[in-house]
Each structure stands twice: as C-alpha cells, then as structure tokens.
Ligand binder design. Structure first.
Ligand SMILES: [Fe+2]
Length: 278
C-alpha cells in the first residue's frame, strides 16, 4: 500500500497516512516507513485504532521489544507495554506522570538505551500535555566549529531517579540509582550523522571537568538544543500513534492540569546496535 509522508515542521517530524497499523504491513511498506523515520526522526500516524497486541506487532517490524525496566510499572501480561498516565484507575500498572517533564532521551542512564519508542494516544487533555521533540542532529550541525571541537571526545554522566525526580532535574546523585556515562556527541548508527547526546533532565555532569566548566558546557548545550528552530511541538489527538528515534532526538512534555485525564500507551524497541561514540 502506498503511504503519504507529509513534513510537520522545518525542524523534524512527518505525518504518515495511507496505512492501517491494526493490520500486518507488507515488507515494502515497512521499508518505506523505516526510511521516512530515519529521514524525519519522528513520525506520527494519525487516526489509528490499535490494541496492545497490534501496537506490539507494529513495533516488531523494527526490532525486538524492550521490556519495561521500572519495576513498579511492569504489566505481567504485556511486559513491553507501559501506560504513561495520570489516571489512577486504569486497572493496569502505570508510570504515573503529572504535568510538565523536562527534555530527555529515554533510558540514556543505561548502557544500551532504546532505539526508539512508540506512543499511542488513548485519552488526552483538552489543553496542554503536548510533546516537544528536538532534533539533536540539527542542533549539533548548527554549533560553531569552536563548540564542536570543545565537546568532541567528552563523556557525560546520565542519571535518572524515577522515585524522587521523575520530571525535574535532581540536585544530587544517589549511587544506587541507574546511571551511565555516554559520549556528549553520538554518531547515529544508521545514518552516520552526529547528534548532541545530553539532556536537561538526566545529564548531570561532564566527566573529568571542574563543576563550573561542566555546568557551563551543559547549560549551553541544553539551551541550544531547546531553541525553537530545532523543536516540533506535537498537539495530540486521540488515535495518534507516534514513533521517535531515541538515538538522535529528545522529547519533553508541556504542563497539563492534574484535573484532566491523559493516557498514553508506550511500546519501546530495543537497540541491537551497540552504542558508538563519535
Ligand atoms: Fe520519555
């Protein structure tokens, strides 16, 4: 079946229509979707109506499914599905998430972060709870030569304390919480493009630098990545199925009222290609 790919912004993103994700998809269409995804970093399929199993089946076209690694959020029947919601009566294990969330790469505090994720909108608030996506490739390419040189070869500590700071940057580091150092510049394993690999929520420090210099570099990079010219803001509609490349883009959530219901189903694809530095 022929798909139509329509860009969503100058920064990144495309909408794909002409495919029903509740059905098995032929190899040619999968290849076209994969190419659109690599080209655009995020893609959205509007107007879908898919079950847990159908979302998992779609993801298997791109790799093995990642198991949910946050113990309190594991659904034994669907260990790859995480309900991201502020709804407390869903009858399923959930990652309870209210309000705003800073920009981040999913799972960058592990040795092998996920390749990408899908997020399917089941319930959305009538205002807020949008997702911001930033292209860390475009952000890298726009750096001055001096900045590119300054960050080449650096490594940074990525850390995430789900219990204490799920949506905001923490003040200190607990050695028992998941953490990993990764290069500040990552080469995309499929496109070969370089991306800035730090984020405001989870990147704590640059290894081997005095705290002041580490903070100066990180704050510059956080502000740079989040400039409007690198960002697309997605205003959700029920039935949107989003898929993003977690190797070269960060995402954030805008505020929404705790009185409003928001329920998203996430299925994540494992990265089979070992993490590589620049
Ligand atoms: Fe996330």
């Amino acid at each position: 079946m022929p798909i139509t790919v329509t860009p969503l912004s100058d920064a990144l993103g495309a909408a794909i229509t002409g495919v029903d994700l509740s059905q098995d998809i032929d190899a040619e269409t999968v290849a076209a979707i994969k190419q659109a995804w690599l080209d655009n970093i995020i893609i959205v399929f509007p107007g879908q109506n898919i079950t847990d199993d159908e979302q998992e089946n779609f993801c298997r076209n791109f790799g093995d499914l990642e198991l949910v690694r946050t113990a309190t959020s594991i659904d034994q029947d669907h260990p790859s599905i995480m309900m991201i919601t502020n709804v407390k009566d869903s009858g399923k294990p959930t990652a309870l998430e209210d309000g705003e969330m800073m920009f981040h790469y999913d799972q960058c505090y592990y040795e092998q972060p996920s390749m990408g994720s899908t997020l399917y909108a089941i319930e959305i608030p009538d205002e807020g709870g949008n997702t911001l996506f930033a292209s860390c490739i475009k952000a890298y390419e726009a750096l001055s030569d001096d900045w590119k040189q300054r960050i080449e070869g650096l490594r940074a500590l990525n850390y995430y304390d789900y219990a204490r700071n799920p949506t905001m940057r923490p003040d200190d580091v607990n050695p028992d919480v998941p953490q990993w150092t990764h290069p500040v510049v990552r080469v995309h394993p499929e496109t070969g493009k370089k991306a800035i690999y730090v984020n405001r929520l989870m990147t704590i420090l640059i290894e081997g630098l005095p705290a002041e210099e580490s903070d100066e570099i990180l704050n510059y990079l956080f502000d740079h990545i989040e400039k409007p010219e690198f960002v697309y803001e997605h205003v959700w509609a029920v039935g949107d199925m989003m898929m993003w490349d977690n190797r070269c883009s960060v995402h954030a959530r805008t505020y929404f009222s705790p009185e409003k219901r928001r329920m998203m189903r996430r299925v994540t694809v494992r990265d089979a290609i070992p993490f590589a530095a620049a």
